[in-house]
Ligand binder design. Structure first.
Ligand SMILES: *[C@@H]1O[C@H](CO)[C@@H](O)[C@H](O)[C@H]1NC(C)=O
Ligand SMILES: *[C@@H]1O[C@H](CO)[C@@H](O)[C@H](O)[C@H]1NC(C)=O
Ligand SMILES: *[C@@H]1O[C@H](CO)[C@@H](O)[C@H](O)[C@H]1NC(C)=O
Ligand SMILES: *[C@@H]1O[C@H](CO)[C@@H](O)[C@H](O)[C@H]1NC(C)=O
Length: 370
């Protein structure tokens, strides 16, 4: 008899726990399905066939136009004068001089206090230009593929594959999205946390361009180039899981010249000088997308864009072509000034400096007919 009460009591508690767990599961499932329905491409985003055709036709026309040597550099100089330095090298070179400007600013605008770490790192990297075959090409037409949801359904993959250089950003996947984004990757440019976790996203002959923001990023890139296991302590310093293995050879790695980020932020976008000892970010860090565009102007003769354009007035449209994030997420971040970047991109398109193949920034081909 004595045993009955506790077991009855336990039974009651057990029931409560079961009900609570079921309840929590239920809430979780609702939350999951709510989240995934939020900006699920297949449900809310479809593109009219006529628009797809028009977009593809425009992209083909841009691709077929003759490539004009040095065109984009001349245009950038025309628009930005001395603020754009035509001679900035894209990647860090081994012969870098300790007195160069890049040691004036802290990352990501420079490598102030990192000259020793940089020296060690450069010992591991045998090359710092484009691969021979591309470098020697008389005129290079590049496309920077942004990660924007606007790419979904446009089926531009076959056009993007035909550019001389295809630049992809962060974790943007190719596998499963080739109809829209193609499968050629000449350059993948990312910071450690953005590097794809799947080994299938790396091609043996594409370049991996590392964007270094903080001290531990130097340790990460060293380990990755040497194909060594990351020390446990190092993983704690990243804000998300980082790729442990990047299956490309050391001659495929490059370090983005931070002068490109400095030029983008302080000279072209005219953000205020970074404040010393500021905790967090000041909305003065250019997105990797805009940085990649400025990089492309230095690397290439002509530049086209696809998958660019954040339309903040459409908070419920998909942010990326590959996940369920909504545009609204861009309003929550505190690093980037989207308004300023959008103005800059619109200027580049309207002035004809670069072409916007997917029309998300400023659609030059949309109005014609319909
Ligand atoms: C770029 O390099 C060329 C050749 O070395 C030089 O004549 C020119 O003055 C440089 N321009 C700038 C803006 O540094
Ligand atoms: C891209 O896809 C085409 C057609 O499926 C294939 O022939 C080619 O090898 C692929 N390229 C890469 C780099 O995977
Ligand atoms: C990296 O190391 C693994 C073994 O841990 C090996 O299978 C792989 O081939 C190496 N990759 C490169 C690029 O050397
Ligand atoms: C973005 O930059 C513009 C100047 O270009 C400034 O007026 C605005 O306040 C900035 N926005 C944020 C959120 O910092």
């Amino acid at each position: 008899m004595k045993m009955k009460r506790p077991s009855g009591f336990l039974k009651g508690t057990f029931k409560h726990v079961v009900v609570m767990v079921i309840g929590l599961c239920f809430i979780y499932i609702i939350k999951l399905s709510f989240d995934s329905e939020d900006c699920d491409m297949t449900r809310i985003h479809y593109v009219k066939t006529a628009h797809v055709k028009k977009t593809q036709k425009f992209a083909e026309k841009v691709l077929q136009a003759p490539c004009r040597p040095s065109f984009v550099k001349k245009e950038m100089s025309r628009l930005f004068g001395e603020k754009y330095n035509i001679n900035t090298s894209s990647f860090i070179r081994k012969d870098i001089n300790a007195h160069e400007d890049i040691f004036k600013y802290e990352p990501p605008f420079g490598f102030h206090k990192f000259s020793e770490k940089l020296k060690d790192l450069l010992e591991l990297l045998p090359e710092y230009d484009l691969p021979e075959g591309l470098q020697s090409k008389h005129c290079k037409h590049c496309v920077v593929v942004g990660n924007g949801g606007v790419l979904h359904g446009l089926e531009l993959g076959y056009v993007l594959n035909q550019f001389d250089i295809v630049i992809r950003l962060n974790s943007a996947p190719v596998q499963g999205y080739t109809d829209d984004v193609g499968n050629k990757t000449t350059i993948r440019m990312t910071y450690p946390e953005g590097a794809p976790l799947s080994q299938h996203e790396y091609y043996p002959d594409s370049l991996f361009v590392a964007v270094l923001f903080k001290s531990v990023d130097f340790g990460w890139i060293q380990a990755v180039v040497k194909n060594e296991t990351l020390p446990l302590w190092m993983r704690l310093f990243f804000w998300k899981q980082v790729a442990e293995k990047i299956p490309v050879m050391p001659k495929q790695f490059r370090i983005l010249n931070p002068a490109i980020i400095k030029e983008t932020a302080l000279d072209i976008l005219e953000y205020p000088e970074p404040r010393p000892k500021f905790w967090g970010w000041d909305k003065n860090i250019p997105t990797i997308g805009v940085t990649a565009i400025v990089l492309a102007t230095h690397l290439c003769d002509e530049v086209s864009l696809a998958g660019f354009g954040y339309d903040l007035s459409q908070p419920n449209t998909p942010l990326h072509y590959y996940d369920n994030l909504c545009m609204a997420a861009m309003n929550e971040q505190t690093m980037h000034n989207v308004t300023t970047e959008t103005k800059f991109l619109q200027k580049l398109i309207k002035e004809g400096v670069v072409k916007d193949l997917s029309g998300g920034i400023f659609c030059t081909y949309c109005k014609k007919s319909s």
